[in-house]
Write a protein that binds this ligand. Structure first.
Ligand code: GRF
Length: 205
């Protein structure tokens, strides 16, 4: 299987860093073909360049509408022969052109145990709701926000004295662990979708 991936970011890029580190250590057998940011000031672009990975800023403002912007991303990924697209703090809704170009091949990481607490500030939502367990989810991206089939999850206990910051930090540590693992599992095993379930074919003997 083609093991070339792209990572789409908007900000600090700690999940990107965990994927870079996993490929560098050999824990994840994949090639990060390109990192794309919608923001010029995303620190993740620097992380990519420091690791010798091509880093592209594609500005939405330079495209007339959302579809045109999505198509520019598609062109950038296709020309680099990308097989799997990993959103890592990419703060834009993924539109039809991108979804259609990479059907069931776009991943996202979200800081809650989906389907709880979709959308922004998931850690604050979890604290406000009073749940005792939250966590992180890697899922395939569909046209509905934070709603696609789940690849991997990790649970994190909420402590009585947790703040958004302390809970976010513990969830982030789990994100950094499960995102490279999920990517590796998909690339190693392949996958198919049954209903809402991600199925991994049995490992070859
Ligand atoms: C992470 O919490 C991720 O779950 C969410 O956005 C944040 C990105 O952080 N989708 P980083 O840019 O990877 O540090």
């Amino acid at each position: 299987m083609n093991r070339r991936i792209a990572v789409l970011i908007s900000g600090r890029g700690t999940n990107l860093q965990s994927i870079i580190d996993a490929t560098a250590s050999g824990a994840l057998n994949a090639t990060i073909a390109v990192v794309v940011s919608n923001r010029a000031d995303a620190h993740g672009l620097t992380r990519a360049r420091d690791a010798g990975i091509e880093a592209l800023h594609l500005s939405p403002r330079e495209h007339p509408n959302r579809d045109a912007y999505d198509l520019a991303i598609v062109a950038a990924l296709r020309s680099r022969d990308v097989h799997l697209v990993c959103l890592a703090g990419f703060m834009r809704l993924v539109g039809r052109p991108l979804l259609d170009a990479f059907p069931e091949r776009i991943l996202n990481i979200h800081p809650s145990l989906l389907p709880s607490f979709r959308g922004l500030e998931a850690q604050r939502q979890a604290l406000d709701h009073g749940v005792r367990i939250s966590g992180a989810t890697v899922h395939l991206v569909t046209s509905d926000l934070d709603d696609g089939p789940i690849v991997l999850q990790a649970a994190v206990r909420v402590q009585d004295d947790d703040t958004v910051e302390t809970l976010s930090a513990r969830i982030l540590a789990e994100e950094h662990r499960i995102y490279p693992e999920a990517i590796g599992r998909l690339l190693d095993r392949g996958w198919r979708i049954e209903g809402r379930r991600v199925r991994f074919p049995a490992k070859p003997e």
